[in-house]
Design a protein around this ligand. Sequence first.
Ligand SMILES: C[S@@+](CC[C@H](N)C(=O)[O-])C[C@H]1O[C@@H](n2cnc3c(N)ncnc32)[C@H](O)[C@@H]1O
Length: 231
Amino acid sequence: MITNDLQTFIKKNIIDKNINSKYLETGFLEGRSAFEMLSLGFKKVVSIEIDENFVKEGEKKFSTFIKDQRLEIVKGDSAEKIPKYFSDEFDVIFLDAHGTTEKDLKGKSAPLERELKFILNKGLKDHQLLIIDDYIKIKHFYLFAYNGYDWRYLVRKTKNLIKKFDKNIYEIPYKNNSFLLVVGNDYKFSKNYFKNLFFKIYNLGFFSKYFIFLIKRIIKFYLKKILKKQV
Ligand SMILES: C[S@@+](CC[C@H](N)C(=O)[O-])C[C@H]1O[C@@H](n2cnc3c(N)ncnc32)[C@H](O)[C@@H]1O
């Protein structure tokens, strides 16, 4: 999902200026963000999805867009597919591939760092806008270290990779989450100060919820250790 504010920014600065704009995303799921971007006016949307069930459902649901060659759903691991599909032609790149309920796919369910390394190597052009979804969780990865295959913990080096981009970077909070925007020099992005402040305060709820879980896990861990010693 891409928030209304961000959609408005994309429409005004990208689509209204170039009717041939293209959008690349990783993580299709049920096609919500892809559909939003098709509706917004992108001429071409390419989405990479690892789970073939979502690919098949998407192909049925969006068959008209696919026939019209406005939508392409690529089946595969985005970390492997991005070198083939990423190019200067794309104006917006939305990185939203992560997590899975499929056991077999768990090992591949955190492609973000490999995606970013590739994009960093290739370089972002000034007309390109890179968006990383779920940044609040990525930034606070340490809250999710309890599950061996939790994608949020597996992408804990993301922050360091982001620092290497020679572009303007903004974190935009929204309800219980945030986007990270890497903005090319063609765009002037101005933060909505009051809205951002509101969501920063609102999102403290998200942080405190997971922080309490973390404290409980630490207490459990030490209690187990103490009890073991006593036996
Ligand atoms: C958060 S959902 C995407 C939501 C979608 N962009 C939207 O806004 O409606 C994440 C999706 O990424 C997919 N995924 C997980 N790991 C992936 C990988 N390595 N390559 C491609 N897709 C992946 C999952 O199967 C899931 O459908």
